[in-house]
Design a protein around this ligand. Structure first.
Ligand SMILES: Nc1nc2c(c(=O)[nH]1)N[C@H]1C(S)=C(S)[C@@H](COP(=O)(O)OP(=O)(O)OC[C@H]3O[C@@H](n4cnc5c(N)ncnc54)[C@H](O)[C@@H]3O)O[C@H]1N2
Ligand code: MOO
Length: 397
């Protein structure tokens, strides 16, 4: 068994996800938040689609003073107002259509009335506060590429550019299998037991990464139970199975044996990372992928960032998460052959740029350091000196 490098594990996971691209579906814009665009988003019409006033005030023609035709602006939605001749003005509000003949908009705060006349306190330049059609986008112009997550900005842009339905990738279905005779799901664990740290967060994590949990199974440590869990109706229908625990090589670890018994094959048997070394990625009959997360909680979540995130990104038309650059506050000595994933948080140092400080409490079986983290430092085998550039991943969930 040869370790995959951490980088190769991410790349292979992404490639295998992309080979199983999710189908697309059309979804009402109001229910599309967080989904991933499956096609380009283009403007259905010019933005803005008509010439309008950018301010409350008056549409004026020529230099003032002006004869005011109407001092109450009509509702912009009622359509075209009458035109104005030179020396005339008409009240408008922000968003009103520009009457024919308008040379500029005089803001209400820059004007006063002198009997029937409208006078400028600050004469507007020609064209002032007239919003021409098409200045934000021409009809058909690209607003967002396929693979874009529909966050607030993109979703609002889709709405104002005339979209009611959006084509998005279906959420790949993920079946979760939690192993461990010693795992308890509520109350205080007895000596030897552990409180389950996975079932409260993995469905959330899967959803945040772009999938949906289609089923969960909790099993004890036997080969029969593990095979049955990976071969259940829900697990057979899923695109991806994620298991927790049981990745090791003891006679109480059965995930690898169950994969082989079901005719699957290990694509990634282990990863040269710390924590998370025994993580595994297998293909299973039925075009399914199985991600085996180690039982140690921090190791499992670092493995999820390494495997589950890239698979779901690949399956929904997105690139792998970008490695970003920062400086670390701490020295990391060399660790030959291993990439370290280290929960870290931003510190503000008055003397220098913001830097990432590794959390305390980051042993593989601990979670407290991740709870306090803003990001994950990615430290290569050569280590890194304090203050030198390092890579980090944004927390993917
Ligand atoms: N002789 C060796 N022993 C171990 C090695 C090794 O290389 N040689 N690797 C260690 C590493 S690294 C890890 S990680 C773990 C991998 O363990 P498994 O994936 O087989 O997981 P388990 O043995 O089932 O559990 C490990 C640990 O995690 C706890 N656990 C399990 N499920 C949960 C849960 N839902 N919530 C919280 N904690 C959980 C479990 O009780 C164990 O304490 O193996 C090392 N050993
Ligand atoms: O690497 Mo294990 O995955 O240390 O906890």
């Amino acid at each position: 068994m040869r370790d995959h490098s951490w980088e190769a594990a991410r790349t292979d996971a992404h490639r295998l996800g992309a080979l199983r691209t999710a189908r697309t579906e059309s979804i009402d814009l109001h229910h599309a938040a967080g989904r991933i665009l499956a096609t380009e988003l283009r403007a259905n019409y010019p933005l803005p689609h008509c010439e309008t006033s950018a301010m409350d005030g008056y549409a004026v023609n020529g230099p003032g003073p002006w004869q005011l035709l109407a001092d109450l602006a009509p509702n912009p939605g009622e359509g075209k107002t009458p035109g104005i001749a030179e020396g005339q003005a008409i009240a408008v509000v922000t968003g009103s259509l520009i009457p024919t003949g308008t040379t500029s908009i005089l803001r209400v705060e820059d004007s006063h009335r002198d009997g029937a006349l409208l006078v400028a306190d600050r004469p507007p330049r020609t064209g002032a506060d007239i919003r021409p059609a098409g200045t934000e986008a021409a009809a058909g112009e690209l607003l967002a590429s396929a693979g874009t997550r529909l966050r607030a900005g993109v979703l609002a842009t889709a709405a104002v550019s005339g979209h009611d339905e959006l084509s998005v990738f279906a959420r790949p279905s993920v079946h979760l299998v939690f192993t461990g005779d010693e795992v308890v799901t509520s109350g205080y664990p007895a000596p030897g037991q552990v409180r389950d740290g996975f079932s409260p967060v993995l469905p959330l994590l899967v959803a945040t990464l772009g999938g949906q949990t289609s089923g969960t199974t909790r099993i004890g440590d036997t080969l029969e139970a593990t095979v049955a869990a990976l071969d259940s109706a829900s697990a057979r229908d899923a695109n991806i199975i994620v298991t927790t625990g049981g990745t090791g090589f003891s006679d109480r670890d059965f995930v690898r044996a169950a994969v082989h018994e079901l005719g699957g094959s290990e694509v990634i048997s282990s990863i040269a990372m710390r924590p998370g070394h025994p993580s595994m990625l297998s293909s299973l009959p039925g075009n399914r992928l199985l991600v085996a997360l180690p039982g140690n909680p921090l190791a499992a979540l670092m493995a999820a960032a390494t495997l589950v995130d890239p698979i779901l990104r690949g399956a929904t038309g997105r690139a792998p998460a970008r490695l970003r650059a920062a400086v670390s506050t701490a020295d990391f000595g060399p660790l030959p052959g291993r990439t370290r994933l280290v929960p870290a948080s931003w510190t503000r140092d008055a003397a220098g740029p913001d830097a990432l400080a590794p959390s305390e409490h980051i042993a593989p079986a601990m979670l407290r350091g991740l709870a306090a983290a803003d990001a994950i430092l990615v430290i290569g085998p050569e280590g890194a000196a304090a203050g030198a550039p390092v890579h980090y991943l944004e927390l993917p969930w």
